[in-house]
Design a protein around this ligand. Sequence first.
Ligand SMILES: NC(=O)c1ccc[n+]([C@@H]2O[C@H](COP(=O)([O-])OP(=O)(O)OC[C@H]3O[C@@H](n4cnc5c(N)ncnc54)[C@H](O)[C@@H]3O)[C@@H](O)[C@H]2O)c1
Length: 331
Amino acid sequence: MRVLVTGGAGYIGSITTRLLLDAGHDVVVLDSLERGHIAAVDQRAWFVHSGLDAPSVLAQVVAGVNVVIHIAGYIDTAESQTNPALYFQKNLIEPSVMLDRMIAYGARRIVYSSTAAVYGEPSTVPITEEAATRPVNAYGDSKLAFERVIAAGVKAGALESVVFRYFNVAGAMPDGSLGEAHDPETHIVPRLIAAAREPEPRFTVYGNDYPTPDGTCVRDYVHVLDLAIAHLAAVEYLAAGEASVTLNLGSGRGYSNLEVVRACEAVTGKSITVDHGPRRDGDPAVLTASNERAREVLGWKPERDLGTMVTDAWRWHRSHPRGYDEVPEGV
Ligand SMILES: NC(=O)c1ccc[n+]([C@@H]2O[C@H](COP(=O)([O-])OP(=O)(O)OC[C@H]3O[C@@H](n4cnc5c(N)ncnc54)[C@H](O)[C@@H]3O)[C@@H](O)[C@H]2O)c1
């Protein structure tokens, strides 16, 4: 099938593209490179260097595409709070231009990378897809707003969709060739790995008085490879004409911040001193996914545990200490 991947020069998009190509799909990557890396784009893909809001480019790219996997987006929750308009521009307005062109050119099927941030602070865990959506930051708001645009298109009979709500994505391509390279990096696993590479590793954990076994926040981590595999299943699902659906992608298991620190210590062989900082606003005690629906609908199941995520991330960071700009030093 011909698949268009937006954001294919980013962390999740590059790994999804790799898997699609390996499975024999014909892949077009559309990425502006504003937060991505050309070196992450698989050379077997047709790369289109463009934003999502260029109708003349989309006219050439979208026609004949069987499924669009829309991964491109801005992801920094703190930045979204200081510059909300930017997040609505990148996560809602520009993607809406693309969606309009998709419909105009008869590309009806979309897989969308949404986020657990649409749930905000849930009243119960594990979180099912039926839970109320009450985002606590502009990032979650903007991602939810685009979910609603897609839902309206589905209701109008113009689109078929799989909306994925990712939990915390971690890990790297197991061969160390592709991985996470955000600037700034806000995710705990790469930040701990960066700390472990320092001469005197230290890490601040926010909050140690939560009602959890060790007092620190509990989150659900899913390996980026398991996530990418779900996208391949979604492509087949939509191509088979199945009904539009919203699915959580998480492991269904929670790990506390301290457990993640210990996992990084075990993998890197470094001892990391933990400093306890105050709680951060809007950080719930526990966020874990119910992934029952994804298991049932797609036959998907996460296979890789936290230790594997950290091991793969460590391999990637050792071979690419400065992300994609650095010549590998060998693993
Ligand atoms: N990383 C996570 O843990 C996580 C969790 C939940 C949801 N998500 C969602 O997954 C998606 C990808 O996350 P990631 O970690 O791979 O991010 P990333 O920053 O590594 O990749 C995003 C890519 O999209 C491109 N892009 C951004 N805006 C664009 C635009 N307007 N036009 C064209 N290209 C554009 C960037 O250049 C970049 O290559 C995002 O939509 C995010 O909301 C990620």
